[in-house]
Design a protein around this ligand. Structure first.
Ligand SMILES: [Zn+2]
Length: 301
C-alpha cells in the first residue's frame, strides 16, 4: 500500500511515499512540473482554453459544459473531447510534463458528462464511424488514451470519477480499455465531509471488483480558499481511509492546497489516539498497514 499527497503547490510534505503536483488543474493555469514529484494534468476541463476558444466548449442537449450549467456536476469549463487542436497541444504538453517529472497522472481525459458532445464535428465523426453513439464516444476516448500512452514514458495513472456503474454512458470511459494503457487508476472521491463512510467503502468495493489494474483513492482534506470549518475532520478521514483500505484499495492520496495543510492533517490525525486504537479492530493486514503508516507521523510532527 502506498500513500501520496495531492497538492496545488510544489512544496512537499514529509511522511509520504510520493507526491502529485497539480501542474494544470481545471482552471487551466499551468505550473512548472517538479522533477521529484508526479504531475497531474486536467486534460479537457480547462478554463483557459475555453476562455480563449469559446467555440471549443463541449455541447449537449442540456447546454454547454460551462461552469454554471447545473444540469451537470461541472465546476469549470470543459473542451470538446474531439477538439483536434486542443488534443494535439495537450499531447505535446503531457510529453513535456512527463519528461520533467516522475510520471503523469491525468484527469478529465474523457467526455464532459452524459449527452456530450453534440457539436457539429462530433456529430459528423459519429455518423462517419457507423457505431452507436455510446460506442463511438468510447472509441474516441480510448484512441486518445492510446496516443497519450505513446507520449508518456514514465508511470501513467488515469484518474476516474467515483462512478463504477455509469462511467461508460456518462464519460465514454470503459475501465477495461483504459486498463490496457494505465499503470494504475486513481478514483477521485472528493467530498467536504465523509460522515457516512459506508457509501465510500461500497464504492471502493465496486472498483476493486471492476478494475484490472491497481487503484488509488484520493480523499479531500483542504482545498484552495476553504474555511477550516467546512473541511472534513481528521476523524472522518481516518475512518473512511480504514474502511476503503479493507475494501482493497492499493493506496491513498490526500488533497490539500499546500504542504502546511497536509501537516495540519497529520497533527490532527496523530492526536486521535483513541480512534486509531479502535480502528485497529476494523480489519486485517491492509487496515493495520494504513494505521502503521499514520503512526509513523508521530515522529515527524
Ligand atoms: Zn464535440
Amino acid at each position: 500500500m502506498k500513500f501520496g499527497t495531492y497538492t496545488f503547490q510544489p512544496k512537499k510534505a514529509q511522511g509520504f511515499d510520493f507526491h502529485v503536483l497539480r501542474v494544470k488543474p481545471e482552471t487551466g493555469i499551468r505550473l512548472q512540473p517538479a522533477q521529484d514529484m508526479y504531475s497531474n494534468v486536467a486534460v479537457f476541463a480547462d478554463n483557459v482554453a475555453a476562455c480563449n476558444h469559446p467555440n471549443w466548449i463541449s455541447q449537449s442537449p442540456l447546454g454547454p459544459a460551462k461552469m454554471g450549467n447545473n444540469n451537470y456536476n461541472i465546476y469549470w469549463d470543459v473542451v470538446c473531447a474531439t477538439q483536434p487542436e486542443h488534443r494535439a497541444e495537450q499531447l505535446n504538453y503531457i510529453a513535456d510534463v512527463d519528461r520533467h517529472s516522475q510520471g503523469t497522472w491525468l484527469n478529465s481525459q474523457y467526455f464532459a458528462d452524459h449527452g456530450h458532445c453534440t457539436c457539429a464535428r462530433c456529430n459528423e465523426l459519429w455518423k462517419k464511424s457507423g457505431l452507436s453513439w455510446l460506442e463511438w464516444r468510447r472509441k474516441e476516448v480510448t484512441e486518445y488514451i492510446a496516443q497519450i500512452r505513446e507520449k508518456v514514458k514514465k508511470e501513467l495513472v488515469l484518474c476516474i470519477q467515483p462512478d463504477p456503474i455509469s462511467s461508460y454512458e456518462r464519460y465514454g470511459v470503459d475501465f477495461d480499455d483504459l486498463a490496457k494503457y494505465a499503470d494504475a487508476f486513481n478514483v477521485v472521491m472528493f467530498s467536504k465531509n465523509y460522515a457516512t463512510p459506508w457509501y465510500w467503502e461500497m464504492l471502493a468495493r465496486g472498483f476493486k471488483k471492476l478494475l484490472k489494474k491497481p487503484f488509488y483513492i484520493s480523499f479531500y482534506v483542504f482545498g484552495p480558499g476553504d474555511n477550516p470549518k467546512d473541511a472534513p475532520s481528521a476523524s472522518e478521514l481516518l475512518t473512511v481511509s480504514v474502511r476503503c483500505a479493507r475494501a482493497g484499495a492499493d493506496g491513498f492520496l490526500y488533497l490539500t492546497d499546500n504542504a502546511s495543510q497536509i501537516l495540519d492533517f497529520q497533527k490532527a490525525a496523530v492526536e486521535k489516539v483513541e480512534l486509531r486504537e479502535r480502528l485497529r479492530s476494523y480489519g486485517g493486514q491492509s487496515v493495520q498497514e494504513f494505521l502503521d503508516f499514520v503512526a509513523n507521523w508521530e515522529k515527524i510532527i
